[in-house]
Design a protein around this ligand. Structure first.
Ligand code: ATP
Length: 316
């Protein structure tokens, strides 16, 4: 059964380990991604996302374990134009135009897209006439996206693809990704923007300390974290009093705004309302709440929800 799933997988990682000195960057990662899946790889800084992606692309060798893309060694899959990648490391010559860069990439593959088509899909047709070195960070990212797309790959691997893009740039990028993904192509992307994972991915893989700690849909990941969140406005909020309320597992106070993580929100709410609380809101766990609880991290900047919660990390 496992073998069948593996032979048909777009990505198959088995028992991957990779250390740098004392640091276990990747510590036993097993992952199967089926063709057509849109997978977000999440985790705090240093969780091992980039190291995992570098191994799966054949850019670095694991100490143990094996990576396969469409049943092939990663480098063979890349040479056949089956996989396009956009990584954080590596750059292009600043003197070349964006168009020249994409042309050079196209020449390396058996069945490339037309260069103009790749530039159009990446939303960078006009700027591609300019020197790469003169482009803004967001425009460079789009040239890199066109370079990843030009081999017309079945799998895209993207490490923080929208970093440095403005709001419009991000929206255009994800629209282009939707166009790419129609027709059953596969995308694996790492991001610190949880809203991007929530909006685009049908599966979320959460990493911490080189290991996968949760894997499922956004709804499934959120359901892993029990309880609800109560938000309210309260004068003279006392964190110690709030933490001691029945049903409350963690509390944070920002000025007069309080946020309570609750195992039993009904009991917590009755206790909270002994005081004149206003603007009370009870909500299910968000992806950010789950991220915090499952990784023990205070959450990335700019992520969905715009708030962080103080809570105990939960080992899984
Ligand atoms: N070439 C290297 N030499 C030494 N240590 C490394 C190297 N590459 C990664 N590491 C270490 O391995 C761990 C995992 O790093 P990695 O870049 O894979 O994490 P990440 O989840 O991608 O983090 P970020 O979100 O910050 O990009 C970190 O502790 C990092 O410092």
């Amino acid at each position: 059964m496992m073998e069948d799933a593996e032979s048909g997988a777009a990505v198959s990682l088995r028992g991957l380990r990779r250390s740098f000195g004392d640091v276990r960057a990747v510590d036993g990662v097993d992952l199967l991604v089926a063709p057509g899946e849109l997978v977000a790889l999440l985790g705090p800084n240093g969780a091992g996302k980039t190291s995992t992606m570098e191994i799966l692309l054949g850019l670095s060798a694991p100490d143990e374990g094996e990576a396969r893309l469409f049943g092939r060694p990663p480098r063979r899959a890349a040479a056949q134009g089956l996989v396009g990648a956009m990584l954080q490391s590596g750059g292009f010559l600043h003197e070349m135009t964006g168009r020249e860069i994409v042309q050079i990439m196209a020449a390396q593959y058996p069945r490339p897209l037309k260069v103009d088509e790749a530039l159009r899909r990446a939303g960078v047709a006009k700027e591609a006439r300019l020197r790469y070195g003169g482009l803004s960070g967001g425009q460079r990212q789009r040239i890199r996206f066109a370079a990843a797309l030009v081999c017309d790959p079945d799998l895209l691997v993207l490490d923080e693809p929208t970093v440095a893009m403005d709001v419009q740039g991000r929206q255009d990028f994800w629209a282009a990704m939707r166009e790419y993904a129609t027709g059953g192509r596969t995308v694996l992307f790492a991001t610190h923007y949880l809203a991007e994972a929530q909006d685009f991915a049908d599966r979320v893989v959460l990493m911490r300390h080189g290991r996968i700690v949760a894997d499922g849909s956004v709804a499934e990941i959120c359901a892993r974290v029990e309880g609800r969140t109560i938000r309210a406005v309260l004068d003279d909020a006392d964190p110690a009093w709030l933490r001691g309320l029945p049903g409350v597992s963690a509390a944070s106070v920002h000025g007069e705004r309080v946020e309570l993580h609750c195992q039993d929100s009904d009991r917590a709410l009755r206790a909270l309302l002994q005081r004149p609380a206003r603007d009370v809101e009870v909500s299910a766990m968000t992806l950010e709440d789950a991220f915090v609880a499952l990784t023990g991290d205070s959450g990335p900047r700019g992520s969905a929800g715009g708030h962080t919660v103080v809570t105990a990390a939960k080992e899984v």
